[in-house]
Ligand binder design. Structure first.
Ligand code: DAH
Length: 351
């Protein structure tokens, strides 16, 4: 076969390989090496041009170059074509389907204790109460003495209160302790504010108790109203209104006589059981009582007022204090207080 025919055949073969449907970038590179590379078939022909006669050589040489250019052109055309295909393929693969559901992100939420506290704050501020606060580390004076808690009162026993500094020999007003109730804030507030007073004091309190309904650290909300002509009736009215807002229109409360050193008279306030509605019969929530004990309250003892510089002949007041954990346990039917502190996400998610 003469070289010209050979060249035409090379062109046919090369273009057939380039146009092959299965071609890809790597195969195309192999085709380029096979035909145009240093040891490629065109190069081979060009090397062999020397074997031709001087008449034949220029025409065959020109033709060889023409074929070389054509094959080169076909390859680069194919290359562009493949690049376009590749980028189209990638775009199709990487397309984002905006109708797909998104990945769920875990979000935090308020702890049930915080929820109830906020709810209480909302209810009471809605009734004109201000929010007051006091220190958790407290002098025995504010926790006990100023609240008419006599020196030998059982609640002052070391067992019931965490002391930080206690005199060995005598009971002192400047012993330092972790407050065992928010009632201490009453005293601090009355020392610095004149009636009319209408406050609630939510906060953390401490007692060395631990079982299914007690934790060493828990939350209380204290309430205090001092003005002219405040009576037990105002207390009942206020608490009834608050509990109706918290628990619903059907809520009923009752007052039972009790004893607290800082109030006279003192009461405990119950709500009619939300489950058995007062029937009692084998009720899980109220344990057959028909009523749920909610808080302690009373008319502020004249000694407490006087000790804070408020004239008990002119002013009277009522006060109350309730446990927030207990309130949330009743509201949500939680039977073990420790659930509130284990921070098990499966428990917390329910609120
Ligand atoms: N401090 C009491 C307690 O922790 C609750 C209490 C009872 C608060 C009567 C008061 C009150 O303000 O008047 O058990």
């Amino acid at each position: 076969m003469n070289m010209k025919n050979e060249l035409s055949q090379i062109l046919d073969e090369a273009s057939a390989e380039i146009k092959n449907q299965d071609i890809n970038s790597e195969l195309l590179e192999q085709v380029r090496i096979k035909y145009l590379g240093k040891k490629g078939r065109i190069t081979d022909i060009l090397k062999r041009l020397g074997t031709l006669s001087s008449e034949e050589r220029p025409a065959v040489g020109a033709y060889a170059n023409e074929i070389k250019t054509k094959i080169g052109g076909l390859i680069s055309e194919k290359q562009k074509e493949l690049e376009i295909l590749n980028s189209q393929k990638r775009l199709a693969e990487e397309k984002i389907d905006i109708t797909l559901p998104s990945k769920r992100r875990e979000t935090g939420r308020r702890h049930p204790i915080s929820q109830i506290t906020l709810e209480l704050e909302e209810v009471f501020t809605g009734m004109g109460f201000k929010i007051a606060q006091g220190p958790e580390t407290e002098y025995a004076y504010y926790n006990f003495d100023a609240l008419n808690s006599p020196k030998n009162h059982p609640s002052r026993d070391l067992q019931d209160t965490f002391y930080i500094r206690k005199d060995e020999k005598e009971i002192r007003e400047d012993d330092i302790l972790l407050r065992c109730h928010t009632s201490s804030v009453q005293v601090r507030y009355m020392e610095n504010n004149k009636p009319p007073i209408k406050i609630i004091c939510p906060g953390r309190v401490y007692r060395p108790d631990q079982d299914s309904s007690h934790t060493p650290v828990f939350y209380q909300v204290e309430g205090l109203v001092v003005d002219k002509n405040i009576t037990l009736i105002d207390l009942k009215e206020t608490l009834e209104t608050a509990f109706i807002k918290l628990f619903g229109e059907e809520t009923e409360i009752r007052l039972r006589p009790h004893y607290f050193p800082f109030t006279e008279p003192s009461v405990e306030v119950d709500c009619k059981c939300f489950i058995c509605e007062g029937n009692g019969d084998s009720c899980q929530l109220c344990k057959g009582e028909g009523w749920l004990e909610m808080l302690g309250a009373g008319v502020v003892h004249p000694k407490v007022l006087a000790g804070c510089g408020i004239d008990p002949e002119v002013y009277t007041g009522f006060a109350f204090g309730m446990g927030i954990e207990r309130l949330s346990m009743i509201k949500y039917g939680i039977d073990d207080i420790r659930n509130l502190y284990e921070n098990d996400i499966r428990f917390l998610r329910q609120f």
